[in-house]
Design a binder for this molecule. Structure first.
Ligand code: NAD
Length: 497
C-alpha cells in the first residue's frame, strides 16, 4: 500500500492531513505525510471547561453503563485493527506485527476495563463503636490529562482512557507531536463508539494536538486533577513538580534502563531469544527495551559469541516488508544520538560490535543494533539512550549482579535468567531487583495488560493498566454511619456537653 492509501484506510481526510502547521514525517523514508492543525494554547481553558462539564454528567452514570462505552470502543478497535496497525507502522516505523500488537493491547485493556466497570469494589471495615458501620467507597476524580510519548502512540492513551472512563472521568489527550496522525485516527474510532453509545456528554473524550506548550496547559490547570505523563525523565522532571505544586495527582511513566542478569545455570538458548527481542525489538525504542546485560563470568564468552552470531543476521529495513525485524529509528536526530552515545562508550573503554548507520530505505534513519562490551558500569551505561544499544557487563557473585542492576537512576523493568530457585527468589525478594517489573526467564519487555505497569526512582513511580492501577484515577472516601441512638467517640474519648 502507498502512504496515501494507508492514511485513507485509517479514515484520515484531506482536512486532517493538510493546511496545518505541524509537519509529520514517516520514519520509513522521511517523507512528509501531513501538515496537521495544532491546538492553540489559548483554546485550552475552553477545552478543559468542556471536560469539567462532561464530568458533572459522567460521574453519575452507573459504572457498568460507562463500561458499555469502553466495550463499544473495543469492538470498533477490533474492526479497525489492520488499518490502525498499518498507520502505527507508517508513523512510527514499527514492523507490521508490532503495529498490530499495539492495537491488540488497546483491545485487551478495553476488555479488562469492561470487567472492571462492575468491580470498582470498596471495603466494609469493622468499626470500634457499637451500632456503627464503616465503609470505603471509590469516586471519580474529574478530567484526566494524558500526555503520551511517540513510541507507543496509541496504546498508552488506551491504558489511561479505558480505566479513566469506567472510573467516571473524562479524558483530554495530548499525543506526541511526532505522532498526531495515529491519535487523530484513534479519536475517530472513539467517536464511532460514542455515537453508538448515544448519550455520552459532549467533551467526554477530547484530543489536543501540539508540543510542550499545549501539554503545559493540562499540567498547570487545577481543573485537571489527574495528569498522566509518559515520556522522558527530562519531561517528567518538569511536569511532576508542576502537578504536585498545584496539588494534582501525577501518574508518571518515564525512562527505563532495563537489565537482564544471566546466571551460570541459565538456559542460554532461551536467553538469546529473549535478549534479541528485548534489545532490538521496536529498534530499541521501548521504555522496557533491554539495555544492560549482566552476565556471569563463566558463561559470558559463550553468550557474547552466540549473540554476535544472531546480531550479524538480524534483518534491518522497511518495517512493512515480511521478514524485517528492525525498522527505522523515529528520526535522524535519534540516529545521531545513538552514534554519539557509542563514541562516548568507546571513550570509556567499550568494545563496540555493530551500531552503524545503514541505508534501509532512502530517507529513513536505519541502524544495525550495537552490542557493547564494557569494562564496568560507566556514566554512559547509566543513561537511557532510546536506540538499540546493549551494554554487556560481567559479574562473579549474585550480590554484585544485583548491585549493578539496581545502581542506575531508573527503575522500570528487570529480569534474571536462571534455573536456580534460590537465585530466582532472591531476585524477586525485598533485597533483589528494585524495579516495578521483575521477571524470571522472560525478557524485560512485552508486558501483559493484566499487571500494573510502571517503575520506581526516575521512572516516576506511576502505575497504569491492570491490577488495581484504577485506584489512581479515583478518590477514596471513608464513611462511618451511626445507626445507634448514642454518640460514642472514637478512642473512648469522653466529651460531656
Ligand atoms: P518526550 O519526553 O520527548 O515527550 C513525551 C511527551 O511529553 C510528548 O507528548 C511531549 O510533547 C510532552 N512534553 C515534553 N515536554 C513537556 C513539558 N515541558 N510539558 C508538557 N508536556 C511535555 O519523550 P519521547 O521521546 O516522546 O518518548 C521517549 C521516552 O518516553 C523514553 O524516555 C521512554 O523510556 C519513555 N517512555 C516511557 C514509558 C513508560 O511507561 N515508562 C512508555 C513509553 C515511553
Amino acid at each position: 500500500m502507498t502512504h496515501a492509501e494507508i492514511l485513507a484506510a485509517a479514515g484520515l481526510t484531506k482536512t486532517d492531513l493538510a493546511g496545518g502547521t505541524l509537519a509529520v514525517h514517516s520514519p520509513i523514508d522521511g517523507a512528509e505525510i501531513a501538515k496537521v492543525h495544532e491546538t492553540q494554547a489559548g483554546d485550552m481553558p475552553a477545552i478543559i471547561a468542556r471536560s469539567q462539564a462532561a464530568f458533572r454528567q459522567w460521574r453519575d452514570v452507573p459504572a457498568p453503563r460507562r463500561g458499555e462505552l469502553v466495550r463499544l470502543l473495543g469492538e470498533e478497535l477490533r474492526a479497525a485493527k489492520a488499518a490502525l496497525g498499518a498507520l502505527v507502522t507508517l508513523e512510527v516505523g514499527k514492523i507490521t506485527s508490532e503495529g498490530l500488537g499495539e492495537v491488540q493491547e488497546m483491545i485487551d485493556i478495553c476488555d479488562f476495563a469492561v470487567g472492571l466497570s462492575r468491580q470498582l469494589y470498596g471495603l466494609t471495615i469493622a468499626s470500634e463503636r457499637p451500632g456503627h458501620r464503616m465503609a470505603e467507597t471509590w469516586h471519580p476524580l474529574g478530567p484526566v490529562g494524558i500526555i503520551s510519548a511517540f513510541n507507543f502512540p496509541v496504546a498508552v492513551w488506551s491504558w489511561n482512557a479505558a480505566l479513566a472512563l469506567v472510573c467516571g472521568n473524562p479524558v483530554i489527550w495530548k499525543p506526541s507531536e511526532k505522532t498526531p496522525l495515529t491519535a487523530i485516527a484513534t479519536h475517530k474510532i472513539m467517536e464511532r463508539a460514542l455515537a453508538r453509545f448515544g448519550d455520552a456528554p459532549e467533551g467526554l473524550c477530547q484530543l489536543v494536538i501540539g508540543g510542550p506548550a499545549v501539554g503545559d496547559a493540562l499540567v498547570s490547570s487545577k481543573d485537571v486533577p489527574v495528569l498522566s505523563a509518559t515520556g522522558s525523565t527530562r519531561m517528567g522532571s518538569i511536569v511532576g513538580p508542576k502537578v504536585a505544586a498545584r496539588w494534582g495527582r501525577p501518574i508518571l511513566e518515564l525512562g527505563g534502563n532495563n537489565a537482564m542478569i544471566v546466571a551460570p545455570s541459565a538456559d542460554l538458548e532461551m536467553a538469546v531469544r529473549a535478549i534479541a527481542f528485548g534489545a532490538v525489538g521496536t529498534a530499541g525504542q521501548r521504555c522496557t527495551s533491554l539495555r544492560r546485560l549482566i552476565v556471569h563470568r563463566s558463561v559470558r564468552d559463550d553468550l557474547v559469541k552466540r549473540l554476535a552470531k544472531v546480531y550479524a543476521k538480524l534483518p534491518v529495513g522497511d518495517p512493512r516488508k515480511a521478514g524485517t525485524l528492525i525498522g527505522p529509528l523515529i528520526d535522524i536526530g535519534s540516529r545521531d544520538r545513538m552514534l554519539k552515545q557509542l563514541e562516548k562508550a568507546k571513550a570509556e573503554g567499550g568494545k563496540v560490535h555493530g551500531g552503524q548507520a545503514v541505508e534501509g530505505v532512502k530517507g529513513g534513519a536505519y541502524v544495525t543494533p550495537a552490542l557493547v562490551e564494557m569494562p564496568g558500569q560507566t556514566a554512559t551505561v547509566c543513561e537511557e539512550c532510546f536506540a538499540p544499544i546493549l551494554y554487556v557487563l560481567t559479574y562473579d557473585t549474585l550480590d554484585e549482579a544485583l548491585t549493578l542492576q539496581n545502581e542506575v537512576p531508573q527503575g522500570l523493568s528487570s529480569c534474571i535468567f536462571t534455573l536456580n530457585l534460590r537465585e530466582a527468589e532472591t531476585f524477586l525478594s525485598a533485597s533483589g531487583s528494585d524495579c516495578g517489573i521483575a521477571n524470571v526467564n522472560i525478557g524485560p519487555s512485552g508486558a501483559e495488560i493484566g499487571g500494573a505497569f510502571g517503575g520506581e526512582k526516575e521512572t516516576g513511580g506511576g502505575r497504569e493498566s491492570g491490577s488495581d492501577a484504577w485506584k489512581g484515577y479515583m478518590r477514596r472516601q471513608t464513611s462511618t454511619v451511626n445507626f445507634s441512638a448514642k454518640l460514642p467517640l472514637a478512642q473512648g474519648v469522653e466529651f460531656p456537653v
